[in-house]
Design a protein around this ligand. Structure first.
Ligand SMILES: Cc1cc2nc3c(=O)[nH]c(=O)nc-3n(C[C@H](O)[C@H](O)[C@H](O)COP(=O)(O)O)c2cc1C
Length: 389
């Protein structure tokens, strides 16, 4: 079973991950994982933390001479910033007045601080902040990129990018070809397809920063050449669109998920929404449009899988909102922790990663995922079978 777990605090020594269920025999491209990690650190509107970190993955299990063994893959990403926090975030040395400085007692509205403190009984909400921080998503990107490499071996392409920032749409063309999207988004530091929107968005982000404010946005993921029939209609918990929605909502700050034209579909009659079925000699069945984002009955239908995510603005504001001190109970401004103005660009890589994980999981749930060459053969045979259906 393909599954993963991450551990590690934002300013702790490192992030750790264990990923199981990756087929044996996959030639892992470590540079590709590191490229994804560095893409997660980039993008206009990020804070200074990214100048400190140079994320690189270290693999300590499950891979030999660059080839996966089928055993659990153990991963590490070091936190360079830990050097500044080595006393305060020391995992084992007993607490003293000196190493418990930088306590957090004024919770940030919109962050996990207050409720996390209440639930776990932390009087220093740094204990919450350190793990609820999106620093953890660096490990999800490393794990997700390994899954993306499984997809690539099966000729499935995937990309996550930015559709809109702070209410400005920069994706008027809504492409469904991954190569076209990659070509367009690589031309700018916002990961958007519409170059004409770059300057106004830069200005909007600069303005937000000057005002101590933050911005959210919309992310779009497209996966191409996904075979029909992943997931199942038979039970609620076998539906792959539902699993994708849960994985996307599991990413920090995501507050909405849409499959295909989800919300837009709700306002049109069925005749304008359903994707008409076509059949062609040598190609088999396809659809004339993709309003349903490649899903019918909780199963992929062979059209591009399209998933969108709505990200709320970053909760940490340099011009902080009202909070109340959990010790004195005085109403005061919230704590300020070093922060991004917008993290929509890195978040698009995180969303691409979690969608890659769910697709790789659906494939290895459906076919024998012990060995990559056997898996490739099964998928090729299955594609052939579908073509002749
Ligand atoms: C890539 C990424 C970077 C983020 N950076 C920050 C940040 O710098 N400051 C901040 O307050 N929140 C940041 N967030 C959002 C918080 O992690 C998130 O809002 C918080 O954990 C509370 O969870 P919730 O928004 O899902 O309720 C980031 C999220 C992502 C996906």
């Amino acid at each position: 079973m393909l599954t993963y777990l991450t551990a590690g605090e934002s300013h702790g020594p490192e992030l750790s991950g264990i990923l199981t269920g990756i087929p044996a025999g996959l030639h892992l491209d470590i540079d590709e994982i590191n490229t994804a990690l560095s893409a997660r650190q980039g993008g206009y509107g990020r804070g200074n933390r990214q100048k400190i970190e140079h994320d690189q993955v270290i693999i300590t299990g499950g891979v030999r001479h660059g080839v996966t063994l089928g055993s659990p893959i153990a991963l590490t990403v070091k936190n360079r910033d830990h050097a500044q926090w080595s006393e305060i975030m020391n995992p084992t040395s007993p607490a003293t007045p000196e190493n418990t400085l930088r306590k957090v007692s004024r919770p940030r509205p919109g962050h996990a601080d207050l409720v996390g403190g209440m639930k776990y009984g932390h009087r220093d909400m740094r204990n919450v902040l350190e793990r609820s921080s999106a620093r953890e998503t660096a490990m999800r990107v490393a794990v997700g990129n390994i899954c993306k490499q499984v997809l690539e071996a099966l000729n499935i392409k995937i990309i996550g990018y930015v559709e809109a920032i702070g209410g400005v749409n920069a994706d008027s063309s809504q492409p469904t070809q991954v190569d076209t999207i990659v070509n367009l988004i690589e031309q700018n530091d916002l990961r958007v397809t519409d170059q004409s929107q770059i300057e106004p968005i830069h200005e909007m982000i600069d303005d937000a920063k000057r005002n101590g404010d933050t911005l959210g946005g919309v992310i779009r993921v497209v996966a191409e050449n996904v075979p029909a029939g992943l997931g199942s209609y038979v039970s609620w918990d076998t539906k792959l669109d539902a699993k994708l929605a849960a994985a996307v909502m599991g990413v920090n700050a995501m507050k909405g998920v849409e499959i295909g034209d989800g919300f837009e579909n709700a306002v049109h009659p069925g005749s304008q929404v359903m994707d008409e079925i076509d059949w062609q000699e040598g190609q088999g069945f396809s659809r004339n449009s993709d309003h349903l984002g490649g899903f019918e009955g909780g199963m992929t239908n062979g059209m591009p899988v399209i998933v969108k995510a709505a990200m709320k603005p970053i909760p940490t504001l340099y011009k902080p909102l009202q909070s109340a001190d959990i010790n004195s109970k005085e109403v005061k401004k919230a704590t300020v922790e070093r922060s991004d103005t917008t993290a929509i660009v890195p978040a698009s890589i995180v969303i691409e990663s979690v969608v890659s994980i769910e697709l790789a999981k659906a494939i290895t749930d459906t076919f024998d995922g012990s060995n990559i060459d056997r898996l490739k053969k099964q998928i090729a045979d299955y594609r052939q079978e579908l073509q002749n259906f």
